[in-house]
Each structure stands twice: as C-alpha cells, then as structure tokens.
Write a protein that binds this ligand. Sequence first.
Ligand code: KG4
Ligand code: ZN
Length: 354
Amino acid sequence: MRVLGIESSCDETAVAVVEDGRVVRSNAVASQVPIHARYGGVVPELASRNHVVDILPTLEAALERAGVRMEEVDGVAVTAGPGLVGSLLVGLEAAKALAWAFDLPLVGVNHIEAHLMSPLLEYDGPSGISGTPEGAFVGLIVSGGHTHLYEVQGVGRYRLLGATRDDAAGEAFDKVAKMLGLPYPGGVYIDAAAKAGRRDAVRFPRPMLHSDDYAFSFSGIKTSVLTHLQRSGAARPEGEALADVCASFQEAVVDVLIAKAFRAAQELGLRDVVIAGGVSANSRLRERALEVATSQGRRVHIPPLWLCTDNAAMIAGLGAHYLRALPAGSRFEGFALNASSSLPMGALPPTCAS
Ligand code: KG4
Ligand code: ZN
C-alpha cells in the first residue's frame, strides 16, 4: 500500500510518500521558519497563507522524489489535529480534493500520535537511535505544544501516564530563548549555545522530579532563569555567560524528562522507550537517553532529526495503519472530515462513506 501523507498543522508544509506503512519513499518539507523568525514565533494568519502557496509545489516535489504519479497512490492520510485550525484546513482541503479526484480512501490522523509512532518507520539515511521498538513501549512526546508520557501497546492502543501541568518542554525552550534574545525557534539555538557551556554553572530547579506521578511542570524553570538573569545584572548575557545559562537550563529540563520516562519504563516493566516530537532533536536529551538506557539495559528509540520535527512521513506511516482498518469498499472518511484541535488519539474515523 502506497500512502500520500499531508501535514500542515503549524508552520511546516509537508507531503510524503510511504509504502507499507514503513518505507519512506519521499519526504518533502517547505519550512516557514524564515517568515516567522522576525516575529519571534509562529503567526497563525501568515502560516495559513503560506501553506496555500507551498502545498502544491511540495506535493509535486514529494511525488517526483518518490518517482510516483498520483495514479499510483493507494490512499491519502492528512493531519486533522491538533494544531492551528487555519493551517490544518489547507492540508485537509488538499487531501480531500486529491482523494475525490483520484477516487482514493482518506483518513485524518492525530499529529501527536504520528510523532509517537514515527519510530515504526524505516529510516533511509542517518538513522535514529536504536531502530524500531518491538512490542509495548513507554512513549515520551516532547514538542512545542506537548509534553506527554504514554504507555503504548500498539497502534491505536495508548494509555496516558502523565502530562505537563503548564508549559510544554518545547515552549519552555522557546520562551527562555526569547528571554535570552536568541532567534526563533529557540530550542535549536539553546541546544547550539549550550555546547560551549557548563551544565552545572547555575543550579536551576527540577520541578516535580520526585513527585509520585508522571506529571511535568516547566514554567518554574523558566521563572528561575528570569530571576537568575535579573540577579546577575546581565539581562542579555553573552559569550560564556550565555552558554552557561543555556547548558544549565537545558540540563534541568533534560533531567526531568529522562527521569520520568525511564522511571515509567522501570515501573511498567517495559524494555523499550520512544522519545519523539521536536524537542527529541535536542542533542543533550539524545545523549542522556542513550546513557541511561544503556546503564539500565533498556532500548531507547529516537527518530533521526528529519523525523523529529514536523513532517508528513509520520502522517503517511500512521495513516497506512488506519487505512488498512477501513471497512472494505469505503472510499472516504466522509466529506465531513474537519480540523479538530481536540482530536483524540487512536480514534478510527467516525464515519466511512461506502
Ligand atoms: O514537533 P515540533 O516540530 O512542532 C510541534 O508540534 O510543536 O516541535 C517544535 C519544538 C519547538 O519548541 C522547538 O524549539 C523544539 O521543538 N526544538 C528543540 C530542538 N529542535 C526543535 N528543542 C530543543 N532542542 C532542539 N535541538
Ligand atoms: Zn509536531
């Protein structure tokens, strides 16, 4: 089965072709980062307008790179939520038009679920850490909007163990970066600056590290960074001081994420841990995850960088599993498929027109 995936939930327009739910034939991404960078964050109105401009060239690029014509595609999967509604609608409309014009089945999938299941794809090129998980695993989703820990039994079978009570991990990275005068998207710049810094230069708090649940909280670390900057008298540190703040902040966030994910694995008796979403691109998080997994005899799976940030390969990959489950003969999830910012994970399409 050859699935065309479409993703437009935030500021990346992405189209991919995936075979058998695993093999990535192409993964085209048009990034809007330079457009939003000057505003210090994603401007929803601009994001939607640019998706409209980018969607067809990205589709053409994905088909060309895969060496596939639309007539050779067996189904379409599209991100239906969560995300910016105006952005989601552009991808949804493109997906519906293609499904209708080429008489193809169509499914809407959950963006977060797609991140979580992205290690099920086979990677071509620089691979993620430790390949594909086998059986049940603990899944940590860390992105700009989510910090959620799940027990995953298989596709569509998830149990939420805990989530952030305030900021998502990526949001904390982005807000601290803004405070430090670093460009958007902040996580990438903090990661880069931290490489030259001392991780123990400033002792920032590790909120909820020892709480007896799997909840997270990151707004306190952010406030501590602000207090530290005010006390140190340098609101915009540079050079060594900047590197030290970045390394120390990053270490605090990474400590909590790693501790909770691996404690869950231990308590649930699961060997495999998956870390996915934009923040899983963080070099220190990857390094620590591998260290802890090795010391505990577990396996950690983190997708390669191109699969960590928003992409359509993960949408097509997960979509293939749901397309296979559609009742025989059904063509569309229904023309009623719509963007939803509260789309549940693991839900099969509500209606299937036959
Ligand atoms: O998954 P994603 O691309 O979009 C959402 O669905 O949110 O995640 C974006 C988030 C941003 O907050 C960005 O700063 C963060 O991922 N991020 C990083 C790194 N690369 C991206 N955070 C820390 N270190 C990185 N290297
Ligand atoms: Zn994402």
